[in-house]
Design a protein around this ligand. Structure first.
Ligand SMILES: Cc1cc2nc3c(=O)[nH]c(=O)nc-3n(C[C@H](O)[C@H](O)[C@H](O)COP(=O)(O)OP(=O)(O)OC[C@H]3O[C@@H](n4cnc5c(N)ncnc54)[C@H](O)[C@@H]3O)c2cc1C
Length: 302
């Protein structure tokens, strides 16, 4: 296993990066942490003469919030998100999910943008961001941004809606309103997840006013489970009926598109989805009950 020689480019702007990618065409690839790209090259599954490092572009390293959104640049690492006080304050479920990604070495260099652009079905962030209703900011050179909802960004296993030459600039995630909790659950034999689930619960007048359920890793794409969401809406918060939670679990499993592969049979994965949805929705509910002010500790587990 060895790497063939390549030239490294370090553009300082998006325009420069696009120009480099256009100039070298199929011989070039962009990267952020390179944890996936270099692995592919080492295995002989990809071969590029020119690698374009996007980490020097300031816009892609942005981690900030405004009134409505948390903005995470594509080159922000999993570890930076996990440790950010800003993230812990306004979207603690995101920091908690990131803590569960891979191992410390991968989290230190791997980025949110690289994870989403690689579009490995075994992804934690893709599922979480689906439940969070995130949008992706894509851009090519000096053109204006193209905003793509996360549900339309991943178009299949290892496939995205990025157009030729277009780069992912960042992700914008709505800051949950008060009385809203977001939780993530996963099951993994090794580092990459076998099953991922993310739930959002918004509570009003003692009942579930809004429920979101996303399931990933079991099939080619992370998906929302609208029938499970409908079953959970209206559920009393104080003593949620276990039969309704169980039904929601099975509805989510049915919607998950689970397929049999090296991680397990479709039937086994559907079972895992059912269990994780029940647990994860309970977590989201208890976080919603603890969250008070908009954007401050909303969804906090502490
Ligand atoms: C041992 C191991 C365990 C792992 N476990 C997990 C896990 O538990 N959960 C999980 O979710 N993930 C897991 N992963 C995946 C990990 O999260 C990704 O490897 C990492 O996030 C990829 O980020 P990167 O910056 O290194 O990507 P890179 O390798 O830099 O890029 C990946 C791909 O995206 C393209 N790309 C990168 N950035 C951009 C951009 N801004 N615009 C357009 N295209 C771009 C590159 O050309 C490349 O094709 C694991 C990986 C490893 C190696």
């Amino acid at each position: 296993v060895s790497l063939r020689p390549f030239q490294l480019h370090r553009p300082g702007s998006l325009e420069e990066a696009t120009e480099l990618l256009e100039r070298h065409g199929e011989d070039a690839a962009p990267y952020c942490g390179a944890t996936e790209l270099v692995l592919l090259m080492k295995l002989g599954l990809a071969d590029y003469r020119h690698l374009v490092d996007l980490k020097g572009i300031e816009e892609l390293r942005r981690l900030a919030r405004d009134d409505r959104h948390l903005h995470v640049g594509a080159a922000v690492t999993h570890r930076q998100i996990e440790r950010s006080q800003l993230v812990r304050d306004c979207l603690p479920g995101l920091a908690e999910m990131e803590r569960e990604v891979a191992n410390l070495r991968v989290r230190n260099v791997g980025t949110l943008g690289g994870n989403l652009c690689f579009a490995d079905p075994h992804s934690d962030p893709a599922t979480f961001l689906l439940a969070a209703d995130a949008e992706l900011v894509c851009r090519r050179g000096s053109a204006g941004p193209r905003i793509v909802p996360i549900a339309r960004f991943t178009s299949g296993a290892y496939e995205t809606a990025l157009e030729p030459g277009e780069l992912l600039v960042g992700v914008r995630i709505p800051v949950p309103p008060a009385h809203t909790g977001l939780a993530h659950g996963k099951f993994a034999f090794h580092e990459r997840p076998t099953t991922t689930v993310a739930c959002l619960a918004r509570v009003a007048e003692g009942r579930v006013a809004e429920a979101r359920v996303a399931v990933g890793a079991v099939g080619p794409l992370a998906v929302r489970a609208p029938e499970a969401e409908m079953a959970l809406a209206g559920l009393p918060v104080e003593s949620p009926d276990p039969a309704v939670l169980e039904e929601a679990g099975w509805l989510a499993a049915a919607a998950s598109g689970a397929t049999s592969d090296g991680s397990g049979s479709a039937e086994y994965k559907r079972h895992l989805v059912g269990v994780l949805v029940r647990r994860c929705f309970r977590d989201a509910l208890s976080r919603a009950l603890r969250s008070t002010a908009t954007g401050s500790r909303a969804g906090s587990a502490t």
